[in-house]
Design a protein around this ligand. Structure first.
Ligand SMILES: *Cc1c(COP(=O)(O)O)cnc(C)c1O
Length: 362
């Protein structure tokens, strides 16, 4: 077959990208991707099933998913004009960089954080300015962020942060809005697992440069559905509405998401259980010799453990338990990220880890 060097022809900013690798291997217990592993309550599953069956597939979707927007707006106490739905939060992150980034523009991020911010920025030829978290405790350097933010177009912070689990101090958001002219995205993909009042959605009213990202992939247990949403000033939403892939949110996703959001109160016990399990798992992991576990407000824990990469491979190969390896990542030496599963899944992980760590110490 004659060969083609596509990398020579591809737009230069896009050369060299690799397909995303979730580092997935089939395992009995998968705690690697921060999914909600609890079964959906029967009532929610049935409501979703009913709405899927009632959805015709021959017609194009409503491009803006207005029924879903109204349901989300109602929940968050905002207007339809403040909400944009996307094919996962990822699509909205990309579209934000596609619209507001570009040559001569810059994005400030605070790593270790979600890698997609940087990837999408590069694809959109946007300069990335990294303000690293402090090595000792992963806390944010507020003064450095404000200084960087003064020269930036966009700032993206995650609250709770993936993978470190901490919340952004609202006072820092206040200062970023007051002391810079940047658009500030607060990514609240995991905020349902944090304490009541942790979300800054209500700030959007008075702060047109603040944007809040949310998703149904984590607390709602709908990662496979691909539905995220942005709450922002109507002027931002109008820009996104104009540049988006028209039909990226398909009719089935719109129908299922609308049903799930309507029944959101049914998910509260599931989220509460994950929060209790998170605290139990954290206490138990801390009994492993030489483990460090950071406090988390999300549905995962970051743990540092000697020989993390090897332990992770042995968990996978000998115990069929999958967790996420971050030991290769800058700033995360010997770190693993463990999603909080059901009680049984967490017990399986703990039993395996205790056996492995004691074996390695011997
Ligand atoms: C999971 C996640 C998202 C959104 O994921 P989608 O499945 O695309 O909605 C956004 N930000 C962070 C930090 C995440 O971990």
């Amino acid at each position: 077959m004659p060969s083609l060097n596509a990398n020579e022809r591809v737009r230069p900013a896009l050369a060299g990208f690799e397909p995303y690798d979730p580092a997935f291997s089939p395992c009995e217990v998968n705690l690697s991707a921060n999914e909600n592993t609890h079964p959906l309550p029967e009532s929610v599953r049935e409501a979703i099933a009913r709405s899927l069956v009632a959805t015709p597939l021959n017609r194009y979707p409503d491009p803006l998913a207005n029924e879903l927007r109204d349901e989300l707006a109602d929940w968050h106490g905002v207007k339809r004009e403040n909400v944009m739905v996307g094919n996962g939060g990822d699509e909205l992150l990309f579209n934000l960089l596609f619209s507001f980034g570009g040559p001569g523009r810059s994005l400030v991020v605070a790593p270790p954080c979600f890698e997609e911010y940087k990837n999408f920025a590069k694809m959109c030829e946007t300069e990335v300015v990294e303000v690293w978290r402090r090595e000792s405790d992963y806390s944010l350097d507020a003064d450095a962020l404000i200084e960087a933010g003064r020269h930036a177009t966009l700032i993206m912070l995650t609250s709770p942060n993936n993978p470190t689990g901490d919340l952004v101090d609202p006072e820092l958001v206040r200062r970023l809005l007051d002391q810079t002219d940047a658009l500030v995205l607060l990514d609240e993909a995991y905020v349902e697992f944090a304490e009541e009042g942790a979300s800054l959605v209500s700030w959007v009213h008075d702060n047109p440069r603040l944007m809040i990202l949310r998703t149904l992939s984590k607390a709602f247990a709908l990662a496979g559905l691909r539905c995220g949403y942005l709450i922002a000033d109507p002027a931002v939403i109008d820009v996104l509405a104009a540049i988006r892939q028209i039909y990226s949110e398909d009719v089935l996703a719109q129908a299922a998401a609308t049903a799930a959001v309507r029944m959101r109160s049914e998910l509260v016990p599931v989220v509460n259980d994950i929060v209790l399990e998170r605290e139990r798992l954290a206490r138990e992991l801390l009994t492993l010799s030489s483990a460090t576990v950071w406090p988390s407000h999300a549905n995962f824990l970051l743990m540092r453990l000697p020989h993390a990469a090897r332990i992770r491979a042995r968990l996978r190969d000998e115990y069929s338990v999958l967790v996420r390896d971050f030991s290769y990542a800058p700033g995360l030496a010997d770190c693993l990220r463990i999603s909080v599963g059901t009680r049984e899944e967490n017990d399986a992980l703990l039993t395996a880890l205790h056996a492995l760590v004691e074996g390695e110490d011997a």
